[in-house]
Design a protein around this ligand. Structure first.
Ligand code: BGC
Length: 329
């Protein structure tokens, strides 16, 4: 090979090397770089945090939606945080962290733990208003509660079972999490109402871990242990749907009175089809909206102990169309 052709070969190899190097840089940038829109809290008047029970939960996304709506209207920078899977300790850790970073206000599901009470006190001492949403802890120094009256919600489930069934009833209750305050209050309301009759018996109370599969498994095991059950009461959003699924597995032809909570599309379809007898409609979007408005109010007026009960309604086959048309909202 002549010197000249060697030189040409070197130049070509060098150009090819440069082209592949640039290509490599470009494609790795495209593959690994995720564009994050960084919003700066400085552009807003307030920085609030909404802390939910579980991050990817349809019910909590509705709360988040309502809260975002109010945040937009009031120049609030709103962060939504929650554990990956429902877990009290993690909620407490998030609250603690948010107090440390000195946000302007915290909206959180109430957690029944000593540590929660201490954290709310700590927030109050540092002038960070903390309000509860969806589940209340009355004996804490939380400035307000926004959400359903959960004891009353349990009572109306009890009344529905009393009114809409005949003869002796053997009830299995599936709560979201037994350690959740709102589930305890729903159970208490239910128990207090059915006490007035000796026709209705609670056979077992269990939990779904607020998942559909958990509710389906709970239904399956409940019916395995107590084939005589005649009614199943679901107390959190995915329980009704899970109950129908579990029942289809173990006893598809069994007559069962089923009650649910909330109004996810699948729950409403089951009401239409007559698989679920009633569901309790809560107003998670209104909870989110009102909670942000309440925190705004708290920035200038340090009120204490405001309780804002959002509406609840019983939805059944007779009124579901009115509900869907907005007449019953
Ligand atoms: C309850 C929430 C719970 C949700 C679970 C709702 O009925 O009010 O506390 O997080 O169910 O999906």
């Amino acid at each position: 090979m002549t010197r000249k052709s060697k030189l040409i070969l070197y130049i070509i190899s060098f150009i090819l090397f440069i082209i592949s190097f640039i290509g490599m840089i470009y494609y790795s940038y495209k593959t690994f770089y995720i564009e994050i829109e960084v919003e700066s809290p400085e552009e807003y008047d307030h920085h609030f945090v909404l802390i939910g029970e579980e991050i990817d939960n349809a019910y909590w996304h509705l709360i988040e939606k309502g809260a975002n709506q109010a945040a937009k209207e009031h120049r609030v920078f709103l962060e939504y945080l929650a554990p990956e899977k429902a877990n009290n300790d993690q909620v407490l850790k998030i609250i603690d962290r948010m107090i440390s970073v000195k946000v302007d206000g915290i909206i959180t599901q109430g957690v029944e733990e000593e540590q929660f009470i201490d954290l709310v006190k700590k927030g109050s001492e540092r002038e960070i208003p903390i309000i509860t949403i969806d589940a209340d802890i009355k004996n804490s120094e939380r400035k307000a509660y926004v959400g359903s009256d959960n004891y009353y919600a349990g009572q109306i489930v009890g009344e529905a079972v009393m009114k809409q069934t005949v003869g002796e009833q053997f009830v299995g209750i599936i709560a979201g999490r037994l350690e959740a305050k709102n589930q305890q209050q729903r159970i208490a309301g239910f128990k207090d109402v059915i006490e007035s009759t000796d026709r209705i018996h609670i056979v077992e109370i269990t939990e779904s871990n607020i998942t559909q599969v958990g509710a389906a498994q709970a239904t399956y095991s409940l019916l395995k242990r107590h084939p005589s059950l005649t009614a199943l009461v679901g107390l959190s959003t995915l329980d009704g749907i899970g109950i129908v699924e579990g029942l289809q597995e173990i006893a598809p032809n069994k007559e069962m009175f089923i009650t649910a909570f909330d109004t996810l599309p699948d729950t409403l379809s089951f009401i239409h089809e007559g698989e679920i007898d009633i569901t309790i409609a809560q107003h998670p979007e209104a909870m989110g909206y009102e909670s942000v408005e309440t925190l705004i109010e708290l920035q200038s007026n340090d009120m204490l102990n405001k309780v804002f009960f959002t509406e609840i309604k019983v939805i059944n086959k007779e009124n579901i169309d009115a509900y869907l048309n907005g007449v019953l909202r």
